[in-house]
Ligand binder design. Structure first.
Ligand code: UGA
Length: 435
C-alpha cells in the first residue's frame, strides 16, 4: 500500500520506517527540514535501538522517502497523523495545534476514498471534531492509538501487543477497518488482538492505559513512602504482591518515578479534559498520582542533602543517568535531569553522566557539568546518585567504584543495586523505600 506519515518525531519516524519494513511504500512528511534531512540519509534524529538499521534497509529498497513537501502525500491511500500533542505552556491541557495544522495542510491533497488515521495521543472528543474538517474531501477518519515504548519502539510497532481502531458507524467504518486491516496485515495474520470501536473509546484507551501505568508506578512509590517510615522493604513488597497474577510485577519498580514525553503530560491532559467534561472527580486521583511521583524527586534530593549533612556547597555529587529511562536519549520531564539541576541549584558540584543523553541535557541545562565516562564522573564523589538504570550502572563493580570514590554515599534512585554488595565495599547505600 502507499502510505503517508505526517509528523516524523518519535512516533512518526518509527511508524514510517516500520511500515516500509513491512512492505508498504511510505512517505514521511515533517515541517522540520533538519529532521527530514537526517531521516532521508537513514540517520535517526534521536537514540532508539534498531531504528537506524530499519531506516537504512527500508530506504535502500526505495520504499521509504522523507520530505517537507506535503504535496508528496497525495496518492497515498492511508495518511497517518503522528504529530506531537505536548502539554500547553502553563496549563495541564494538551496542545492540539500541531494536529490541527497537520490535518489542514493535508486537506488539499486528499482524494475520495482516502483514509486519514490519527495516531497522536489526543483528548477524547478530538476525532469527532476533526471529522468535520474532512467533510467534502471524500476521505474517512479513523483513530488508531499507538502503544510503543521508547527503547522498544521498532519491535512494538512491528509486533504490537494489540491493535485498536476507532472508526465511524456504517459503511465509512467498514471501509476504514478494511484499509487498516490491509496496513496491519502482518500483525493480523499473527493473530494480534484487535479491538474495533468508536472514536471516543479508541481515544480513551490510549490515555487510560497510560493513566493506569502511571497509577501503578505511583502506587508502589506511595508504598515506598510508607516503607521509609516503617523500615519495610518496598522491593520485597513488590515481589510479593507481584506474584498475584491479578496484580503482576511489571511497573512496580519504586524509585525516583516516571518521566518522559508521555506519562506525565498524558495524565495532566486527561485530568484537564475530564474537568471540561464535568467529570473532574472521576480522575481526581491522577493529581495525587502526579504529586506522589514528583515527591519522589524531592526525596532523592533530600537524601543527597542528608548525606552531605545539609552542606552541599562545593561537594562533589555524581549523577548517574540523565534520560527519563534507560536505552533512550530522551530527557523530556526526566526525573534524573531534574534531580541533577536541583542539586546544582543547591550549590553542589554536580557532575552528570549518561551513555546517550548528555547532548540533549546540555542543550537544556548548559549550567550543568558533564563527563562522558562513568569513571571520570565518579572520581572523587562524596555522593553518587543513580537515577537512570542503564545496564552499565546496574552492573558497576562496587570494588572498582571504591577505588574512585571511597566511602561515598550511594543513593540508588532506581533500587537496582545490591545493597549488600555496596555496603561490603565500604559504601553507605541508600535505596528508596528500602531499609
Ligand atoms: C509509555 C507507555 O509505556 C507506552 O505504552 C506508551 O505508548 C508511551 O508511553 C506513549 O504514550 O507514547 P514510555 O514513555 O516509552 O512509554 O516509557 P515507560 O516504559 O512507560 O516508562 C515511563 C517512565 O516510568 C520512565 O521514567 C520509567 O523509568 C518509569 N517507571 C517505569 C518506573 O518508575 N517504574 C516502573 O516500574 C516502570
Amino acid at each position: 500500500m502507499k502510505l503517508s506519515v505526517i509528523g516524523c518525531g518519535y512516533l512518526g519516524a518509527v511508524h514510517a520506517a516500520s511500515m516500509a519494513e513491512l512492505g508498504h511504500e511510505v512517505v514521511g512528511v515533517d515541517v522540520d527540514w533538519q529532521k527530514i534531512g537526517l531521516l532521508a540519509e537513514g540517520r535517526a534524529p534521536f537514540f532508539e535501538p534498531g531504528l537506524p538499521e530499519v531506516l537504512t534497509s527500508a530506504i535502500a529498497t526505495g520504499r521509504l522517502t522523507f520530505t517537507t513537501d506535503m504535496a508528496e502525500a497525495q496518492g497515498a491511500s492511508v495518511h497517518f497523523i503522528a504529530v506531537g500533542t505536548p502539554q500547553r505552556k502553563g496549563e495541564a491541557a494538551a496542545d492540539l495545534s500541531y494536529v490541527d495544522s497537520a490535518v489542514n495542510a493535508l486537506l488539499p491533497y486528499l482524494s475520495s476514498g482516502d483514509l486519514v488515521v490519527g495516531k497522536s495521543t489526543v483528548p477524547v472528543g478530538t476525532a469527532s471534531r476533526l471529522v468535520e474538517k474532512l467533510n467534502g474531501s471524500g476521505a474517512d477518519l479513523a483513530w488508531n492509538p499507538e502503544f510503543l515504548r521508547e527503547g522498544f519502539a521498532v519491535e512494538d510497532t512491528i509486533r504490537p501487543d494489540r491493535l485498536v481502531y476507532g472508526v465511524p458507524e456504517g459503511e465509512g467504518g467498514d471501509r476504514a477497518t478494511a484499509l487498516l486491516n490491509e496496513v496491519y496485515a502482518t500483525a493480523i495474520a499473527n493473530e494480534t488482538p484487535l479491538v474495533v470501536t468508536d472514536y471516543a473509546t479508541a481515544e480513551l484507551v490510549k490515555v487510560s492505559a497510560n493513566a493506569f501505568l502511571a497509577t501503578k508506578i505511583s502506587f508502589i512509590n506511595a508504598m515506598a513512602e510508607i516503607a521509609e517510615v516503617t523500615g519495610a522493604d518496598v522491593t520485597k513488597l513488590a515481589d510479593a504482591i507481584g506474584f498475584d497474577a491479578r496484580i503482576g510485577r511489571r511497573f512496580l519498580n519504586a524509585g525516583v518515578g516516571f518521566g518522559g514525553g508521555c506519562l506525565p503530560k498524558d495524565i495532566r491532559a486527561f485530568a484537564a479534559r475530564a474537568e471540561e467534561l464535568g467529570r473532574g472527580q472521576s480522575v481526581a486521583f491522577l493529581k495525587e498520582v502526579d504529586a506522589i511521583n514528583l515527591r519522589r524527586r524531592d526525596r532523592v534530593v533530600e537524601l543527597a542533602l542528608d548525606a552531605l549533612h545539609q552542606e552541599p556547597l562545593g561537594k562533589k555529587v555524581t549523577v548517574l543517568g540523565l534520560s527519563f529511562k534507560p536505552d533512550s536519549d530522551d530527557v523530556r520531564d526526566s526525573p534524573a535531569l531534574d534531580v541533577a539541576v536541583r542539586l546544582k541549584g543547591l550549590g553542589a558540584d554536580v557532575i552528570a553522566t549518561d551513555p546517550q543523553a548528555i547532548e540533549n541535557s546540555r542543550r537544556l541545562h548548559p549550567q550543568l557539568a558533564f563527563e562522558e565516562t562513568t569513571a571520570a564522573a565518579l572520581t572523587g564523589a562524596s555522593v553518587v546518585v543513580l537515577v537512570t538504570e542503564w545496564s552499565e550502572y546496574r552492573d558497576l563493580d562496587p570494588s572498582e567504584v571504591a577505588q574512585l570514590a571511597p566511602a561515598a554515599t550511594v543513593i540508588d534512585g532506581r533500587n537496582c543495586l545490591d545493597p549488600q554488595a555496596w555496603r561490603s565495599a565500604g559504601f553507605t547505600y541508600v535505596g528508596l523505600g528500602r531499609p
